[in-house]
Design a protein around this ligand. Structure first.
Ligand SMILES: [Zn+2]
Ligand SMILES: [Zn+2]
Length: 139
């Protein structure tokens, strides 16, 4: 497989010892199989239902899929300020150098937001419970 960005042959590598990826030794980008992006995210935040939808605002990409040679599409990742490429035939995702770090950082941020929201909702529930008890106790 050739790098969609610089056409260098991709080599296999274990990303942080947890994920086998096809890696470009020249531009340091990586190709993730379809479920590998999910596994990369899960390392930071594993509640799929709360991640938000993945693909936003797709546009043409000048790159081609290293697996099938078809044109990749560029998309906005989960409404964040990050653009990734993917193969519409579901072969995988292309991440430029450093974008895998951004995916994980954004998922950590999302995990923090969800935790804060859940904590706030928990407090609200307690407040309501307290209010109910207060009302019941009144003569
Ligand atoms: Zn490359
Ligand atoms: Zn493809």
């Amino acid at each position: 497989m050739l790098c969609p960005k610089c056409s260098t042959p991709l080599t296999e590598k274990y990303y942080k010892g947890m994920l086998p990826v096809d890696y470009c030794p020249l531009c340091r980008g990586m190709w993730l199989d379809f479920d590998e992006l999910d596994r990369l995210e899960d390392a930071a935040f594993d509640q799929d239902a709360l991640k938000g939808s993945l693909l936003h605002r797709e546009t043409d990409s000048l790159r081609v899929c290293p697996s099938c040679g078809g044109e990749l599409r560029e998309f906005q990742y989960r409404l964040y300020d990050l653009k990734l490429d993917w193969c519409p035939a579901r072969h995988g995702f292309w991440l430029d150098a450093g974008e895998e770090e951004r995916v994980q950082a954004l998922m950590l941020r999302r995990a923090g937001e969800v935790r804060r929201k859940q904590a706030a909702e928990g407090e609200w529930q307690n407040l309501l419970k307290g209010l109910h008890q207060f009302l019941k106790q009144r003569p």
